[in-house]
Design a protein around this ligand. Structure first.
Ligand SMILES: Cc1cc2nc3c(=O)[nH]c(=O)nc-3n(C[C@H](O)[C@H](O)[C@H](O)COP(=O)(O)OP(=O)(O)OC[C@H]3O[C@@H](n4cnc5c(N)ncnc54)[C@H](O)[C@@H]3O)c2cc1C
Length: 461
């Protein structure tokens, strides 16, 4: 199993249940020792959920499955070999009989001047925690800063990309920032500026236009600034320039403008489509352009082009709802193929779409027709995602934390220095004096007596 995310974790668990330990060894390869439930990342950034609670540790969640911590850096399916590069130590190869590819996606970026230096992604838990600490830190610093330009720059938060991840991240962190500023006399609500830059003429393409416009209007009421049909042209040193000529300074630029299939697939001999996604049949078997099955190779999730049988000619969107369901069908089909049984096609009608727009605010469409707005949509968002979160212990922890927040108010403390924990120790440490070899020292300062010479001279006299 390449990748221990939604696809890797759920398919490994299901396959393990169906195959005895003597029948097969299952190995999950991932650079992280845990699976991240990404739909909860906006709530991690807002502090409504603890970071550790949105990850499921592989060792606990994957009983009787082996895990290898390292990055897959090359796939040679012809020779049934993958190369793994651990964080430390040399790369090594392992062989296999059957391959499940669940390598997910990476942020789709553009060569925009300043983006690599100034931007932060929003794909993993580390980024969500860093963003939270950064935003709270800016607010705290701004409250003791008199320079108006610097304050404006610190308190301007820019998000690029108005899909699900971008809108939820923006809405949740804006809500948190306003709550944090309430306790700070030095920062007023009017000082805080949240900006969304979106290339198309609408946000949340996963929702109907009516519901997306509702979300847009609600966020505008809160003072969030939207620049639709606009692209980010440059952000060198935090100076944002858009395609429509708008310019402003912002110390925070969050890039949420879409994803692309994991680029490591490009190093493999597996068939990929024009967008770099693994080509698979509805049975989740990897297949070439002509539909011929590549024996022993399976794929699903964000890294695969899975045909959407409810929308012929289209592919399933890259989301957790599909990835988790695909994983189960994939595991069943892999089991069937080992037993020479029949395989089934993945066919899943979208259950609905739920989005959180901050604490107690949301928007949702269920079963294609039930529309929810505000508090009921937010409750539905939480209920759906907590049910999808793997492991019972995580479900309990998340729910308990929510109740805690409800009664004890939102936590707005920033542990900004966690990102450089050695800074304080470095500042108080005395650097060791460089050691000079005696011969070398004598050569460079012939007239200066060395410590040894001095002692010798003293004892002689
Ligand atoms: C902020 C955010 C919010 C989202 N909100 C929603 C939502 O509300 N609803 C929804 O349905 N979906 C949502 N999604 C999308 C959803 O999380 C993904 O579609 C889903 O996780 C895809 O599952 P996957 O198994 O394909 O990939 P992932 O779950 O991302 O798993 C990929 C795994 O591969 C590992 N990996 C990466 N590179 C390598 C390598 N070289 N070698 C080995 N392992 C590797 C990664 O560490 C990871 O564990 C959201 C995503 C984000 C980022």
């Amino acid at each position: 199993m390449l990748g221990g995310g939604s696809v890797g974790l759920y398919s490994a668990r299901r396959l393990r249940k169906r195959l005895g330990r003597r029948e097969a060894a299952i190995v999950v390869v991932d650079p992280r020792p845990y699976m991240t439930y990404a739909p909860f990342l906006p709530e991690v950034a807002a502090g409504s959920i603890q970071d550790r609670d949105v990850v499921a540790p592989h060792r606990r969640a994957l009983k009787h499955v082996d895990t290898l911590q390292g990055k897959v850096t090359h796939i040679n399916h012809g020779e049934r070999t993958i190369e793994i590069t651990p964080e430390e130590g040399d790369a090594y190869s392992i062989t296999y009989d059957h391959l499940v590819v669940g390598l997910g996606s990476v942020a789709r970026t553009l060569p925009i001047p300043g983006l690599a230096e100034q931007g932060i992604g929003f794909k993993n838990v580390e980024e969500a925690v860093a963003l939270r600490n950064h935003i709270l830190n800016r607010i705290n610093l701004a409250s003791s800063t008199w320079d108006p330009e610097l304050r404006r720059r610190m308190l301007t938060f820019t998000f690029v990309g108005g899909g699900f991840a971008g809108i939820e991240a923006l809405a949740e962190t804006e809500d948190m920032a306003r709550a944090a500023a309430k306790n700070l006399p030095g920062v007023s609500q009017d000082d805080i500026r949240f900006v969304m830059i979106e290339g198309t003429d609408r946000i949340l393409p996963e929702l109907t236009l009516e519901m997306a416009n509702y979300a847009l209007a609600e966020m505008k009421k809160r003072g969030i600034e939207f620049h639709l049909s606009t692209f980010l042209s440059s952000c060198v040193d935090g100076h944002v320039v858009t395609s429509t000529g708008v310019e402003f300074d912002s110390e925070t630029i969050v890039w949420t403008a879409g994803v692309k299939a994991n680029p490591v697939l490009g190093t493999s001999d597996l068939p990929l489509d024009k967008m770099g996604r693994l080509m698979v049949l509805p049975t989740l078997q990897v297949a070439d352009e002509d539909g011929n099955v590549v024996e022993g190779a399976w794929g699903a999730g964000d890294c695969a082009a899975v045909p959407d049988l409810y929308n012929p000619g289209k592919f399933c969107p890259p989301n957790a709802q599909h990835a988790i369901r695909e994983a189960k069908v994939l595991a069943d089909n892999l089991f069937q193929s080992l037993k020479s049984g029949p395989v089934t096609e993945y066919k899943h009608k979208n259950l609905g779409t739920v989005a959180s727009l901050g604490l107690h605010k949301g928007v949702a469409i269920l079963f294609g027709s039930i529309k929810l707005k505000g508090f009921p949509a937010w409750v539905m968002h939480r209920a759906y995602h907590v049910s999808a979160m793997p492991t019972m212990s995580r479900k309990i922890r998340i729910t308990t934390n929510w109740f805690g927040t409800y009664f004890l108010r939102r936590e707005v403390v920033s542990l900004g220095s966690i990102h450089d924990p050695r800074a304080e120790f470095r500042a108080v440490s005395t650097p060791a004096k460089p050691k000079e070899a005696p011969a070398e020292a004598a050569k460079t300062t012939p007239m200066a007596p060395t410590e040894t010479n001095n002692t010798e001279a003293a004892s002689k006299s």
